[in-house]
Design a protein around this ligand. Sequence first.
Ligand code: GLA
Length: 406
Amino acid sequence: MGRSPCAVDEHGALDRARSPRRTAGLGVSLVGLALSGLAQAAVEAEHMEFGVLADGTPVPAVELSNANGVTVRIIALGAAIQSLRVPDRNGTLADVVLGHRSVGEYLDKPQYFGATVGRYANRIAGGKFRLDGREYTLERNDGPNHLHGGTLGFDKVLWRIESVTRGTPGRVVLKHVSPDGHGGYPGTLEVTVSYTLDDLDRLTVEYRARTDKPTIVNITNHSYFNLAGEGSGRDIMGHRLTIFADAYTPVDETLIPQGPPRSVAGTPFDFRQPQAIGARIRDASEQQLLIGRGYDHNFVLNGTPGELRLAARLEDPDSGRVLELATTAPGLQFYSGNFLDGTSIGKAARSYRQGDGLCLEPQVFPDSPNRPDFPSARLDPGAEYVHVMQLRFSTAAASGEQVTAR
Ligand code: GLA
């Protein structure tokens, strides 16, 4: 991988100048802090080349890293999180997301490791939906259904890197314009994805989209997390998960929601208190777990969609690493990595098998375009689609009781 000197644009200075906390008076005291060496350290930004496409086109990457060692590498292919290194309770760093070493593996495999997925993340029944009386037909790339925008979805796009910002926080912004009719979706869709890393170990991901015709949009990130480290040889069954949801959407045999949301109470889908993922995953009396070969379900998040609120908390008791996930989306797909079958090779040259990683994908509910009773995925010209999600990393004491936010 080739590295070039960090290209820093002027946005860092602009961003800091616009920070709502930076009043004139505070600005002076910040200068004082900087002089005394106590100011918050800037998040570094480094350009690199991750690899090349078959035709020789380079695939650029940007790495953001803060003073605590938290480092995220974003690749332009799929606007994806290719690696994400965070410290454990002793300060030891590990890469906590699954991913590949080479461009070719990302193109060959349909696992969506770390990728931006769209135009419509998750499934649309029969690959069909109606909008304003007209029926649209999408690719059926998951049995009878459409999944994750089709075989040439956002995860396969070489996104343009719009800007890279070094500072507090650090940021990379990527852009893609999806032509009208691409994959069967109506409307030219202009999409930006921004990744912002701050010095409190928070990675904020923001999706924005505009269209020139009425359409549907549902964009999320498809990272597979393993807080022990993707190369640790440990799976995620001992991770303790909390999901702030009183209900989930049960599915049919093809993983399309059927009927109204169902209460999680008294079922293996109740994660309102922390539960080890492996504790109930093989409960054969729960038909929904058999259908999904584990968890592969959308949870109806508590709270108000549109507001950034906590959706889930994941903890690895051994390393102490904790991930809290907040989102503005109405739902969260919890997928326990059921289709990892040993054919994908990870960054540590180990094959990934079932349960080696889990996805927490904030989103509009699956099949919303065919479900008037679900929150709408519609986007009209003049309106803006905005989805914000935030990954907050910290560590917990060995007892698992006490959380120390940095
Ligand atoms: C999503 C789906 C899963 C699977 C993965 C990709 O999370 O819900 O069923 O298709 O993507 O393998």
